[in-house]
Design a protein around this ligand. Structure first.
Ligand SMILES: [Zn+2]
Ligand SMILES: [Zn+2]
Length: 121
C-alpha cells in the first residue's frame, strides 16, 4: 500500500498503456515508478490527461507543503526537478527509486506541451 506524498491518502492504481500508475483522490496527484512517465508520454501523451481527469482533487483538501513530501516507495524526501524534455514543468522525484510525483494539472500541462511539440502551430 502506498501513501500520497501530498495528503497521506492511500494511492489507487490505474492502468494506462500497460503501465500501472497510482493516483490520489485527495489531491489529484499521481505517482509514476521509474521510467513509467517517459513510457506513457512517449506512447500516448493523451493518456496523461486521462490520468489527470481520473484523479480530480477533492474540495477543501489541504495539501502538504513541498518541503515535507516523501517518496511513497522508499520514504526518502522528494526533490523538485524539471521534466527533462519539457523545461519549465516542475515536478518532484525520488533520487533513490527514480519515481516521479505529478501534482494535479502537471500531467495535462506535459501532455499539452507534447502535442504542441509534435504539431507546431
Ligand atoms: Zn494526495
Ligand atoms: Zn523512492
Amino acid at each position: 500500500m502506498r501513501i500520497c506524498p501530498r495528503c497521506t491518502k492511500v494511492l489507487e492504481p490505474m492502468v494506462v498503456e500497460s503501465v500501472t500508475v497510482e493516483g490520489c483522490r485527495g489531491c489529484g496527484g499521481a505517482w509514476f515508478d521509474r521510467g513509467e512517465l517517459d513510457d506513457v508520454a512517449k506512447h500516448d501523451p493523451a493518456a496523461l490527461e486521462r490520468i489527470d481527469r481520473a484523479f480530480s482533487p477533492a474540495r477543501g483538501q489541504p495539501a502538504a507543503p513541498y518541503s515535507s513530501m516523501r517518496c511513497p516507495v522508499c520514504l526518502d524526501r522528494l526533490e523538485g526537478f524539471e521534466f527533462k524534455h519539457f523545461p519549465g514543468v516542475q515536478m518532484d522525484g525520488c533520487r533513490k527509486c527514480r519515481g516521479v510525483w505529478a501534482d494535479h494539472g502537471e500531467l495535462t500541462e506535459i501532455s499539452g506541451r507534447i502535442a504542441a511539440h509534435r504539431n507546431p502551430p
